[in-house]
Design a protein around this ligand. Structure first.
Ligand SMILES: [Zn+2]
Length: 629
């Protein structure tokens, strides 16, 4: 049984942040779960290194693009190592085998008649490296914005090669119909169906305006569009075009795990590309939601500030992993908050799980000399516990198999609550006092056997903690599905070690609110930034309405060393006569602008409240040109 799982390859225009860590951790949990279930797993992640955005980021950093990419790829690799990510390979789109595979793949699309030369005219978002149609962009006044990232898009006209994406619309619709689970969650699939039903436009797949990409072999003045280049990583890394045997073993992928913003590329463009070269489609594309931080979208500065390492160093890998899966409903958008993380740590982990193990091992130590007692014939409550276990195990496996990770942990913690109830209701401390050692031994055995089951089931999410639990219980087998299917895995007489609690509680009020500090800092400026604004007192020497304009007045102001023309939208609030002679405040170093054909060199300051507008003036007389600081 094989299982091939991928993360998106991360764009190296910035460092890894909690968002990329989230996707990778989730993929790691799924990979570990499949290994636990006995699958042979290939888990792929990597970096996306071509394109204009990376090239520009390298230039800004004053580095050669390859050197720049090498450094960033290393940062991703070392973070994944710190987070104990168990990827089997790390693909880089600048790797030789990948570059060759991209060329082979695209040439095959051309040979199959799916590519033609045409002129691309339209909008392009550099940050997203995405083309947008006229009806997709957002118009906000005179600016045209990317519908995805809301940044300005660029008008492009150039000769490109086009992929006949439109040709695959019907085949894609048919595939969606025949494979209702192809895209998950459902609401993401419906978004894709809407796009497909609306019809597809052919996709420009080469660029000529820059060189940082994979050249098209038959026309090397063209580099292959970075998205086409990137998507091919899923087959290049496993040997397409260079190791057919390995490729056949792993392809098709069982799941492409992605963020929702790149769903269109994975659920429409990529499948069409695969159809074009005659390859089977991946079994599933799973698009998870976005992570926000204390309610804010992860921006570059915020993202860098909440380096996942900070939380891992402070709380440990397992706590961060548990929190991300348990608190952020997998598939939907979710919010990262340190306070909630600590809440989960204190209640779910320290109280419910760690403390249970602590109490049970303490009693084995005290009353059985640290040797696991042999259980006797059970009572009603023991059978109830076992029944609850097998029911939970079945639910857990079913939920994990369908990528319902959050629900799987929810079920598991309901069960842990029941184990706690069992431990409290059987009153082992009373049994000890009354010297009912046989009954006490049974209760402790059952409690520890369930804790072993919990440790096996949570091992994909909290591998280090599970290792600790296995050590305490002298369970030294490689955990597997078999150990979940049978009751009585722990061997009576084996050593049970009582040690430090598994988790240390953290006081919520002692939290240093790093994240909130960053958010506040994002909205503040330094004194240096403020001092860049050159504010001056200016005396109005002339004023007149601009013909045919309801709002604009042309002013000539005296700045001491010079006279300047400023155009201001204040005609509804002041007459020209009222203005002459006033000492007003202007921004003297604003870039000149033209308003209705009149040049304006500066901006005056005014206070506005509802329909009222009043100009800023100085309190008393002062020479024109006086600096405001
Ligand atoms: Zn964009």
């Amino acid at each position: 049984m094989k299982f091939y799982i991928t993360t998106p390859i991360y764009y190296v225009n910035s460092e890894p942040h909690i968002g990329s860590a989230y996707t990778t951790i989730i993929a790691d949990i799924i990979a570990r779960y499949k290994r636990l279930m006995g699958y042979e797993v290939f888990f792929l992640t990597g970096t996306d290194e071509h394109g204009q955005k990376v090239y520009q980021a390298a230039q800004q950093a004053g580095k050669e693009p390859k050197e720049f990419c090498d450094e960033l790829a290393e940062k991703f690799k070392s973070l994944w190592k710190e987070l104990e990510i168990t990827n089997d390979h790390f693909v880089r789109t600048t790797d030789d085998y990948h570059v060759r595979t991209v060329q082979i793949f695209v040439e095959k699309m051309i040979e199959n008649g799916d590519v033609y030369k045409g002129v691309y005219k339209g909008w392009y978002c550099i940050p997203c490296e995405t083309y947008w149609n006229e009806d997709e962009v957002i118009r906000d006044g005179s600016s045209v914005l990317c519908p995805e990232c809301k940044r300005p898009v660029k008008w492009l006209e150039e000769e490109n090669y086009f992929f006949r994406l439109s040709k695959y619309r019907d085949a894609l619709l048919k595939h969606y119909e025949e494979h209702p689970d192809f895209v998950e969650p459902d609401f993401r699939k419906n978004e894709m169906l809407k796009i497909l039903e609306g019809g597809l436009k052919d996709l420009s797949i080469t660029r000529t305006t820059f060189k940082w990409g994979v050249p098209l072999p038959r026309d090397p003045s063209h580099v292959i569009y970075v998205w086409v280049d990137a998507l091919i990583n899923y087959v290049s890394a496993i040997g397409y075009g260079w190791d057919e045997e390995t490729f056949k073993k792993w392809w098709p992928a069982n799941v492409h795990l992605i963020g929702k913003e790149i769903n269109r590329f994975h659920s429409i463009v990529w499948p069409a590309m695969l159809m074009s070269v005659g390859l089977p489609l991946p079994e599933k594309v799973f698009a998870h939601g976005w992570l926000t931080v204390n309610g804010q979208k992860i921006s570059k500065s915020l993202g860098n500030a909440i380096d996942p390492r900070y939380f891992v160093n402070k709380y440990g890998n397992d706590v961060v992993r548990y929190y991300l899966v348990r608190e952020i409903s997998f598939g939907k958008d979710g919010d990262f908050s340190e306070e909630k993380l600590v809440g989960r740590l204190n209640s779910d982990l320290a109280n419910d799980y760690g403390n249970l193990l602590h109490r049970a091992t303490a009693m084995v130590q005290k009353y059985f000399n640290g040797s696991l007692p042999r259980p006797s014939e059970g009572e009603g409550i023991d059978n109830w516990l076992k029944e609850r276990y097998f029911q939970t195990k079945d639910e857990y496996l079913k939920l994990m198999d369908s990528y319902k990770l959050t629900e799987a942990l929810e079920k598991l913690w309901l069960f842990i609550a029941d184990v706690n109830k069992y431990f409290n209701d059987t009153q082992p401390w009373v049994l000890a006092k009354e010297n009912k050692m046989d009954r006490l031994g049974t209760v402790l055995y059952n409690t520890l056997e369930t804790i072993l089951k919990v440790a096996i089931m949570t091992s994909p999410v909290m591998p280090d903690t599970s290792e600790k639990v296995f050590g305490r219980l002298s369970f030294d087998a490689k955990p597997s599905l078999e150990h979940l299917e049978e009751w009585g895995v722990l061997k009576p007489g084996s050593a049970v070690k009582h040690g430090e609690p598994l988790f240390q509680k953290v006081e919520v009020q002692n939290l240093k609110k790093v994240v909130e500090t960053v958010i506040v800092e994002e909205n503040t400026i330094t004194i240096d930034e403020f001092s860049k604004v050159d504010l001056r007192v200016a005396k109005v020497v002339e004023a007149e309405r601009i013909p045919n304009s309801r709002k604009l007045i042309r002013l000539v102001v005296d700045l001491g060393s010079e006279k300047r023309q400023i155009v201001a939208g204040i005609a509804e609030h002041y007459t020209p006569e009222e203005l002459v002679g006033k000492n007003i405040i202007v921004v003297a170093n604003l870039k000149p602008a033209k308003l209705m054909g009149y040049e304006s060199r500066g901006m005056l300051l005014a206070a506005k409240h509802g329909e009222t507008l009043r100009l800023l003036t100085v309190d008393g007389d002062i020479a024109p040109g006086a600096k405001i600081s």
